[in-house]
Design a binder for this molecule. Structure first.
Ligand code: SAH
Ligand code: SF4
Length: 362
């Protein structure tokens, strides 16, 4: 089908999405123009901050792509002290970010679950309930999701990583702890327990095809997801997937594919929240700005205390691990403005998609 006709469709078939993902040259410019237009018409040019706290790099899982995997013995493990979490949350509150994201390696022992609930309550108290909190702590039981929801978390980010079950199994150990089916079930539980639900995928994984990515986009749409964080796969030398690095697209192309995914998803889901992710910045210093221009509207400045940052290395060459919060915030604000966007402080920046979904349900 003619490229410009596809861009103006309201429903997209998988074949259409593959064609959009393969766009080059003038067609790619058209895709970006259209995505920018759809973004501005639906959610405007505001960008929301989510202060990121990387709570702990202790993880019970062993995902083949991730530096935090329990089998990686080359890193030393940390967990933030309570007062460090509270201090970082205080920074987000004082600086009027509106929201926090607390991310961690996955643990499901009683002590961890209770600790997170306690921290959530402390954050609610210190901010008088004025900070929105997103958790990203992997697969948990319905009771745990419920407990954390009641303790003060409103949003949860759980990437499906890839919606192709075969590829999922190639990049994870083949055991019960790493089951595609349970990942899916967890997304359903999050929805059921009342969260704003976020998911996402890694882009440019070894063995991944454009058809897989088109299916990922349809997966996100069909699951009526409220917020998305997706970004390029970045190799980590201390992981098993590193062996397949010869199969990867060059970094520029992997970033380009990620930006295309953001642009196309904006066409499919005009009102969701979408993050310009750190992995994009890892592949190119301007990676996040590119994403903001064509569809993203969320950025996650890192508030993890500096001394822990080199412990949270999901992948190689992660940026900002030595930078002071203040100077990186200055640069970030400028990048947002360079991308033609406006930083929105003092605003929760809830997903409009979520607000409309919830008002439909009642
Ligand atoms: N343990 C939680 C949250 C922390 S990991 C979880 O797994 O859900 C957060 C995200 O980092 C993962 O969802 C994955 O998409 C991303 N990630 C891990 N290793 C990566 C890599 N090598 N390249 C790009 N993203 C990676
Ligand atoms: Fe652990 Fe998440 Fe990394 Fe998997 S992706 S090893 S669950 S931190």
């Amino acid at each position: 089908m003619e490229f410009s006709k596809i861009l103006n469709k309201s429903e997209f078939l998988k074949a259409n999405l593959v064609q959009l993902l393969a766009a080059e040259g003038e067609e790619l410019d058209l895709l970006y123009e259209k995505a920018t237009e759809v973004k501005l018409a639906n959610i405007g040019n505001k960008v929301y901050y989510r202060g990121l706290i990387e709570y702990s790099n202790i993880c019970a899982k062993n995902c083949f792509y991730c530096g935090l995997r329990c089998g990686n013995t080359t890193i030393s493990r940390y967990t933030l002290k309570d007062e460090e979490v509270v201090e970082a949350a205080g920074i987000a509150f004082e600086k009027n970010f509106g929201s926090l994201v607390i991310q961690s390696g996955e643990r499901s022992d009683r002590k961890f679950i209770q600790k997170i609930a306690d921290l959530l309550k402390q954050i609610r108290d210190l901010s008088e309930g004025k900070l929105r909190v997103t958790l990203s702590m992997g697969e948990q039981t319905e009771e745990t999701y419920q407990l954390w929801r009641e303790s003060g978390a409103q949003r949860y980010l759980l990437r499906i990583e890839t919606s192709n079950p075969e590829l999922y199994h190639k990049i994870h150990p083949n055991d019960e702890l790493h089951s595609y089916e349970n990942r899916l079930l967890s997304l359903e539980l999050l929805r059921k327990t009342g969260y704003q639900v976020g998911t996402g995928v890694m882009i440019g994984l070894p063995f991944q095809t454009l058809e897989d990515l088109a299916t990922d986009l349809l997966f996100i749409k069909n699951h009526d997801i409220d917020m998305v964080g997706m970004g390029p796969y970045v190799e980590n030398e201390n992981t098993p997937l590193y062996e397949f690095r010869h199969l990867l697209l060059p970094k520029e192309k992997r970033l380009e594919l990620s930006i295309k995914m953001v642009a196309i998803l904006r066409l499919l889901m005009p009102k969701i929240n979408m993050a310009a992710t750190t992995a994009m910045q890892t592949l190119h210093p301007k990676g996040r700005e590119m994403a903001l221009k064509v569809g993203a509207n969320v950025i996650m400045p890192n508030l993890t205390p500096l001394k822990y940052r080199d412990g949270y290395l999901l992948y190689d060459n992660k940026p900002n691990i030595h930078e002071e919060t203040e100077s990186s915030l200055q640069r970030l604000k400028k990048s947002i403005e360079d991308a033609g966007c406006e930083l929105a402080l003092g605003d929760w920046g809830d997903s409009q998609h979520f607000s409309e979904r919830v008002s439909k349900d009642f």
